[in-house]
Design a protein around this ligand. Sequence first.
Ligand SMILES: Cc1cc2nc3c(=O)[nH]c(=O)nc-3n(C[C@H](O)[C@H](O)[C@H](O)COP(=O)(O)OP(=O)(O)OC[C@H]3O[C@@H](n4cnc5c(N)ncnc54)[C@H](O)[C@@H]3O)c2cc1C
Length: 380
Amino acid sequence: MDLIDFPPPPAQDVEALRAEVRAFLAEELATRRPQDRARSWSGFDADFSRKVGARGWIGMTWPKRYGGHERSALERYVVLEEMLAAGAPVAAHWFADRQSGPLLLKVGSEEQRRTLLPRMAAGECCFCIGMSEPDSGSDLAAVRTRAVPVEGGFVVNGTKLWTTYAHHAHFMILFCRTGGAEERHGGTSQFLVDLKTPGITIRPIADLAGEHHFNEVVFEDAFLPSSALLGQLGDGWNQVVGELAFERSGPERFLSSFTLLVELVRALGPNPSEQAAVAAGRLTAHLLVLRRLSRSVAGMLQNGENPALQAALVKDLGAIFEQEIPDIARQLVDAEPSQRSTRDFSAVLAHTILNVPSFSLRGGTREILRGIIARGLGLR
Ligand SMILES: Cc1cc2nc3c(=O)[nH]c(=O)nc-3n(C[C@H](O)[C@H](O)[C@H](O)COP(=O)(O)OP(=O)(O)OC[C@H]3O[C@@H](n4cnc5c(N)ncnc54)[C@H](O)[C@@H]3O)c2cc1C
């Protein structure tokens, strides 16, 4: 069996930056309720994102000529970690910062980079990810949405599903078929889609908690100019696989239930029972290990490596951790979960319980990640 390497995270003194971010968040989020903080990276606030952009905390590692700040992956990690631990509403800039911006830097044309990256870094341009479809989630290469070449561009038909914040986004990174279905991976491409394009309809889908963040996006003869092609025609699969490493490794993959952990410790008070102290200590130790692994992946990304295997492992272990917190909290604190409760612990518990099933689905399901890990260990 091959071992999976997690090299030491990059070493750098980032405490001054951490203090700066904490002070900013303490002021900006002073009145944010725990049940809103519990939405973690699903919280959406365009004004907040613009303020984060003005601080220079979006696109931190990108070149300055594209509006970035040429800071290290570790500095970006610190900002992200503080934002997520505080339950800041990052969703308006999240997808651009984490995924779409790095993708543009890697495969985008000079024009795409120059026009969009500075707007993303300013927190003024919201992106969504159009990968999944009604019959294509885990088996992404089975996508049926198709872009057909026509004079001056492409015409797109098909349906995307579960597209988070498409209703607020300015652009979608569309993954679709441009070749025959028999070509599987080779017949796919990515496009940069302006969501104001005629022929695109965005319909809301409510989640288990009754909230609207994801959508169905229908393309009916939507015309995209040739300049919308992202990267190489037919290279969509290679591009999308590289993109997934950005999506799977960050602190968002183990901090989704963090607000509940905070409320749990608060509810247990300064003198918890021995059983409660052991449980809280175990969760904290687990959290620190995940953090070490995730920071290692940040370092690998900084070195230009492709840590897809390590990212899959962090996401799988992270989802297990995030999903066990509500069960442990319920065993330790006698309180009914209720979204309408005025007791913070009960409201946060209810929100988290309704959202945990999604943690091992979004960004790749548990079974798919374990397949990747097994292959990396040489077991498949
Ligand atoms: C909150 C949330 C936000 C999301 N946001 C987005 C978004 O913004 N953009 C986007 O494109 N998608 C988004 N998704 C979709 C997400 O990527 C898919 O739900 C996920 O990839 C699974 O696809 P599916 O839902 O079609 O399930 P399926 O692929 O049908 O899987 C159903 C079950 O079968 C199992 N399974 C499937 N294939 C195998 C296999 N080969 N071996 C073993 N088991 C298997 C799966 O693990 C799973 O348990 C989001 C999902 C959630 C929950």
